[in-house]
Design a protein around this ligand. Structure first.
Ligand SMILES: Cc1cc2nc3c(=O)[nH]c(=O)nc-3n(C[C@H](O)[C@H](O)[C@H](O)COP(=O)(O)OP(=O)(O)OC[C@H]3O[C@@H](n4cnc5c(N)ncnc54)[C@H](O)[C@@H]3O)c2cc1C
Length: 295
């Protein structure tokens, strides 16, 4: 993406942390202060698009509360591992209260014997009994890939709650994890971050075209986000809350019926419809979603 942006004429400055924002007399964000090569600079802006990840500081400086309730984050640890036996065309997901409480373990292949192997656990669970996400990951790796080699390691926090209620303020928009745009069930945020960036760009173009970058005009971004993706977030959060009550045994039964899902349509709604058809008792648990006409 940066290559494409540079090709289209964007100036890209790397290793330049933003350390503050500037505002005009009307309280519109109109610039950023950043550090580069041990010196501080100010860059004047028409619009700031804050893509600075979880608990965005840039957003907070603009007056948007970007903090999370611990219940709305998962804590993740991941290894890039080589020399492991995997099915290179399949992503594996492991669920269970013992191996990944309130989360899951994933094995995402990147080649014949190389994969991202990671775990996410609930924010309120991390540290309980002295166990962190990395401890769950090490236990899994020891039993599943004892001879694998760790080539890289990352850890971090992903938002798994609803989207921020306010994505914009005068002269600024928040996108991606900064806007709490990761999927509330899977925690996957890369695709959503790209979509929110695209919608924010459309609002930025419009604001610059009409010469008005007030929150009122930039809210077009929020409307596009809600219409395409955000409207489902509340439902997905409700599914998440119901699914969190499932026992391991119920998960096993659900997984067994998933083999009956038509291959080409394996999205979240199809998965739930298939599970409900075979586990009608779950209808009681998920009745609010049925009433909302969502499944
Ligand atoms: C271990 C782990 C594994 C994951 N695996 C997946 C996966 O397989 N699939 C998926 O879809 N999602 C995955 N996610 C979630 C995904 O990484 C995020 O949702 C996604 O990266 C969000 O993109 P973003 O650009 O909004 O934020 P980020 O990727 O967090 O990028 C924010 C950037 O802003 C920079 N920054 C922060 N503050 C400043 C500042 N003041 N000035 C300048 N720069 C700043 C940071 O250094 C960082 O580079 C994973 C997350 C973790 C923690």
């Amino acid at each position: 993406m940066s290559e494409t942006a540079a090709g289209a004429g964007a100036d890209i400055i790397v290793k330049a942390p933003v350390v503050g924002i500037t505002k005009d007399k009307n309280n519109f964000v109109n610039g950023v202060n950043f550090r580069y090569n041990r010196r501080e600079y100010t860059s004047k802006t028409k619009i700031v698009i804050a893509a600075d990840g979880v608990e965005s500081q840039v957003g907070r400086w603009a007056g948007i509360d970007t903090t999370h309730d611990l219940r709305d984050v998962d804590i993740c640890a991941q290894y890039l591992m080589s020399g492991i036996e995997i099915e290179p065309d399949l992503c594996d997901f492991y669920l269970g209260r013992e191996i990944a409480p309130r989360g899951y373990i994933w094995v995402f292949p990147k080649g014949d014997d190389i994969a991202n192997v990671g775990v996410g656990i609930g924010g309120t669970i991390s540290g309980k009994g002295g166990k962190l996400a990395i401890d769950y990951l090490n236990e899994f790796v020891k039993s599943r890939f004892p001879r694998g080699k760790v080539l890289a390691q990352v850890a971090g926090c992903v938002p798994v709650g609803d989207s921020l209620p306010d994505l914009v303020a005068d002269g600024i928009m928040l996108i991606g994890d900064a806007a709490h745009h990761s999927d509330p069930i899977s925690g996957g945020g890369i695709a959503n971050a790209m979509f929110s960036g695209m919608f924010a760009a459309e609002a930025a173009i419009e604001g610059i075209r009409v010469g008005d970058v007030s929150a009122e005009i930039l809210r077009m971004y929020q409307v596009l986000w809600d219409k395409d993706i955000g409207k489902n977030f509340k439902h997905i959060c409700q599914i998440r809350d119901s699914v969190l009550k499932f026992s391991d045994e119920l998960f096993d039964r659900c997984a067994a019926v998933l083999t009956k899902t038509p291959n080409k349509t394996i999205d979240m709604v199809t998965i739930f419809k298939t599970v409900l058809r075979h586990q009608p008792r779950l209808l009681l648990e998920l009745r609010h979603l049925v009433l909302a006409g969502w499944i």
